[in-house]
Design a protein around this ligand. Structure first.
Ligand code: C2O
Length: 343
C-alpha cells in the first residue's frame, strides 16, 4: 500500500539526525479542522522559474518583499516563515509516524518520495509568496549549480540586509565554487570540470532503471531510507553540506534536515533539484532508461499534507506532481553543458 499522509494530531518529538539527539524545538504544524483533497487549479499563465544568477533587480526586490512578508506573518500562521521551515523538520526528522504502523517513522528522503515531496513543498511555498505580494505569476528562482555560470551561491542571497539572507552559512564558501563531488579540491577549474562529470553521471550514466534516478520503493510498512536516487545522493547532498555552517553545533542551517528550511537558499537549491527531475523526464535521451515513469500504485497514490496559500489544509498525491507544466510552472531555459560531458 502507499504511504499515507501523516496524522497531524499525532505529530511528536523530532530527532536531530546528525547526532541522534532529540530536538528541543517543536516542528509540528498547527492543527487544521478539515482536510480538502487538493485539485490542481487550471493553468492560465505559466510561471517561469528564473535562474537565480540571472535575475533582474526588479525580481530581487519583489522576491525580498514576499519573503519579508512571510517572515512577518503571525507565528501560528501555517504560512509564516518558521512554520514553512518546520515542514521539512516534521517530514524528515521523525516527528511523524506512518499512520497505522505503530512508531515506524515517516521519512520522505532516501526513497522515491524525495522528488514528489519536495516538489509539493516548493509548489505551496511559491504560491504563498505570490499571494503575499498579490502576484499569481511569482515563481521561485533556481540555483543553476549544474552550469559553470551558477556554481557559486547566487549573489542575491549574500546581501545581509535582504529578507532572503541567512547568517548561518559556511563563511569560507560564500563565494567559492561548489564542489559537487565533495572532493576537497581547491582548484576551481578542476572542480568545475569534475562537477560536470558528476552531473553527466547522475543524470545519465549511472541510471539503468527508473529507481536509480528516482530512489527506491517506499511503501506502507517499509522502514526508513530504502535508498536514494543518484541525484538526491550526489549533488543534492553536496550542496547542503557545502552551505551548512561549521560554526554551528550541527551544520545549521542548510546542513541539517531539521533546520534546512530556515535558509531561504534551501528553496532555490531545491528548485534546481526539481528542475533535474523535469529535465530527466522530458529532455534526456531515453536509450538507457526507456520508461521514466513509475506506474506502481503505491507510488502514485502516496500522499502528503500541506497548507495552501489560503492556509487551507490540503491532501496532495504523488500522481498529481508528475508534470510540472500541469502544476503551472516551468523553468527558464539555460544550457546543459553536462549533457555530453562524458569522462
Ligand atoms: Cu528535504 Cu534537500 O532536503
Amino acid at each position: 500500500n502507499p504511504i499515507q499522509a501523516p496524522q497531524l494530531d499525532k505529530c511528536g518529538v523530532a530527532t536531530n539526525l546528525n547526532n541522534g539527539k532529540q530536538l528541543d524545538i517543536n516542528c509540528c504544524p498547527p492543527l487544521g479542522e478539515n482536510i480538502i483533497d487538493y485539485r490542481l487549479p487550471p493553468v492560465f499563465q505559466m510561471k517561469i522559474r528564473p535562474s537565480a544568477h540571472r535575475v533582474t533587480p526588479e525580481y530581487i526586490f519583489k522576491f525580498n518583499m514576499a519573503m519579508d512578508r512571510m517572515r512577518r506573518l503571525p507565528k501560528d500562521d501555517p504560512r509564516c516563515f518558521m512554520q514553512q521551515a518546520n515542514i521539512h523538520c516534521a517530514y524528515c526528522n521523525g516527528a511523524y509516524d506512518q499512520p497505522g504502523q505503530g512508531t515506524l517513522d515517516l521519512q520522505v528522503h532516501n526513497s522515491w518520495l524525495f522528488f514528489p515531496f519536495h516538489r509539493w513543498y516548493l509548489y505551496f511555498y511559491e504560491r504563498i509568496l505570490g499571494k503575499l505580494i498579490g502576484d499569481p505569476t511569482f515563481a521561485l528562482p533556481f540555483w543553476n549549480w549544474d552550469n559553470p555560470k551558477g556554481m557559486t551561491i547566487p549573489p542575491m542571497y549574500l546581501d545581509p540586509k535582504a529578507a532572503i539572507y541567512d547568517p548561518k552559512r559556511n563563511q569560507d564558501n560564500l563565494k567559492a565554487v561548489i564542489d559537487l563531488g565533495m572532493t576537497g579540491n581547491k582548484d576551481p577549474l578542476q572542480v568545475v570540470a569534475n562537477n560536470l562529470t558528476i552531473m553527466y553521471s547522475e543524470m545519465i550514466r549511472s541510471n539503468t532503471d527508473v529507481y536509480d534516478f528516482m530512489g527506491q520503493p517506499y511503501r506502507e510498512g517499509t522502514g526508513v531510507n530504502p535508498g536514494p536516487g543518484a541525484s538526491e545522493r550526489g549533488s543534492h547532498v553536496a550542496i547542503h553540506v557545502f552551505v551548512g555552517d561549521p560554526r554551528e553545533p550541527s551544520g545549521e542551517n542548510l546542513g541539517n534536515f531539521y533546520s534546512a528550511g530556515r535558509d531561504p537558499l534551501f528553496y532555490c537549491h531545491h528548485s534546481n533539484v526539481d528542475r533535474m527531475w523535469s529535465l530527466w523526464q522530458y529532455f534526456l535521451p531515453s536509450n538507457k532508461v526507456p520508461d521514466k515513469r513509475i506506474t506502481d500504485p503505491d507510488f502514485l497514490n502516496a500522499s502528503f499534507l500541506f497548507y495552501d496559500e489560503n492556509a487551507q489544509l490540503v491532501r496532495v498525491t504523488v500522481k498529481d506532481s508528475l508534470d510540472n507544466l500541469r502544476m503551472g510552472y516551468d523553468f527558464e531555459r539555460v544550457d546543459l553543458p553536462w549533457l555530453d560531458y562524458r569522462p
